[in-house]
Ligand binder design. Structure first.
Ligand code: PHE
Length: 423
């Protein structure tokens, strides 16, 4: 039988065995919390955009950066992964980690997915802001939809070496040919933190210096001039060398952004041959939770005026601390079931599938789910799992009867969807 089609954002898509978006997830498209007046995520977006507008200006005093904050979150596998040199067997491509529309299209898992189309279109200084979609666990800091801001800045040789016109961007020994994507080194081999083979050390060091200066400036703009920070070397397939910037917050080092010198293959693919670039990406919820003291990521989706009325974009620089509307009681219920006999706890069963089902049935009244127990029966060989579900409404007290009813619905839906047997 022909696979049913899916209507997303006004376009029709074929579905296939990769399709795993749920109607619940699709309902977030177009919510645009990062553009909603007075929403904390919109306030953070404006702070970041204004900082970049001020940090880079042309001779006429106009901002150098342009901002793209309404791009369609439906992207191709090529945009989200291939273009960014993410290896074809990379874990981040798995069906259990992304929301696929079909084998070729998915809801973007990072705003970096738009890099190549924008650079190919001739842009050299831009920001992309929008929501991204990832399948993950359920707790106070994870939500299947969250927001990112990404930036790219490309600099030509003449601009980079304005004061040292004798220097070169590229190594003399480098042939300039596009690396064969099939020969792209696995992550273990790309960890060389010094530089990519094609770049001169002078070019990389200058670019790194500028990037770190601008990103520390952004961090101080957001968290105040006294914020304690550190750079941690890391790996991204699309940048080399790469770093994470961490801030010291409430006795912990907290990762706030990822960045690095853009892989030259990406620029070449986009038709840029005489520039070097840096890129960075930052999660908006993480910043907003720290800056406004917002304790739970579900609150960003609240339409309750008790939440929304606390924030105003009139004064972007005087951020109020969130005042809990009230703390309603939690209610915890366990759910145990036997998996079908041909499914193993560690092989055929993905907890993320269960989390999506819970999101669909119960929505935001689920605060947290943990997998508290799993075992294999020694005689029957059947696997059993137990999930602990913590229910709490953000704006009112849930009654025990209400929770029991929803818990029952989750159990029934699990039986229908996964062919499990409730214990
Ligand atoms: N896309 C990366 C992420 O989602 C962030 C990033 C963007 C890192 C650009 C480097 C350069 O974690």
């Amino acid at each position: 039988p022909a696979q049913p089609q899916l209507e997303v954002n006004g376009s029709t898509y074929a579905t296939d065995s990769w399709t795993n978006v749920t109607p619940k997830i699709l309902s977030y498209l177009g919510a645009n919390k990062h553009l909603q007046k007075d929403h904390p995520l919109s306030i953070i977006r404006q702070r970041i955009v204004n900082y970049f507008y001020g940090a880079y200006r042309n001779q006429r005093g106009n901002p150098l950066f342009s901002v793209y904050d309404k791009l369609n979150p439906v992207v191709t596998v090529q945009q989200n992964f291939d273009n960014l040199l993410i290896p074809s067997d990379h874990v981040s491509r798995q069906k259990s980690d992304c929301y696929y529309i079909n084998k070729h299209q998915l809801l973007r898992a990072h705003t970096t997915a738009h890099q190549v189309e924008l650079i190919s279109g001739g842009l050299d200084n831009f920001l992309v802001v929008g929501e991204v979609y990832r399948r993950d666990e359920i707790d106070s800091t994870h939500y299947p939809v969250f927001h990112q801001a990404d930036a790219v800045r490309l600099v030509t040789k003449d601009k980079l070496f304005e004061r040292n016109p004798g220097l070169e961007l590229f190594e003399e020994t480098w042939t300039g040919s596009l690396a064969d994507p099939k020969l792209i080194l696995p992550s273990s081999k790309c960890m060389d933190q010094t530089k990519q083979p094609c770049h001169t050390l002078e070019a990389v060091k200058l670019m790194e210096h500028e990037m770190k200066h601008v990103l520390v400036g952004l961090t101080k703009e957001l968290f105040g001039p006294r914020i304690k920070y550190r750079w941690v070397e890391t790996y991204f397939p699309f940048t080399q060398p790469s770093w994470e910037l961490e801030i010291y917050f409430k006795n912990n080092w907290l990762e706030v952004l990822g960045c690095g010198i853009m892989r030259h293959e990406i620029l070449q693919q986009s038709g840029v041959h005489q520039s070097i670039g840096y890129a960075f990406g930052v999660g908006l919820e993480r910043l907003a939770m720290v800056l406004f003291d917002i304790p739970d990521i579900r609150l960003f989706w609240s339409n309750d005026s008790g939440f929304l009325s606390q924030f105003s974009e009139k004064d972007l620089h005087n951020l109020p601390k969130y005042k809990p509307i009230s703390h309603y009681p939690q209610c915890t219920n366990d759910l145990s079931f036997w998996l079908p006999s041909d499914v193993d706890v560690d092989a055929g069963f993905s907890p993320n599938d269960f989390y999506d089902l819970v999101r669909t049935v119960a929505g935001d009244i689920v605060e947290q789910i943990s997998l508290v127990d799993k075992f294999k029966h020694p005689k029957t060989g059947k696997s059993s799992v137990c999930f602990r579900i913590v229910y709490r409404h953000m704006e009112r007290t849930l009654t025990q009867a209400e929770v029991n009813d929803i818990h029952k619905q989750i159990a029934n839906a699990s039986v229908d969807s996964f062919n499990v047997q409730i214990r």
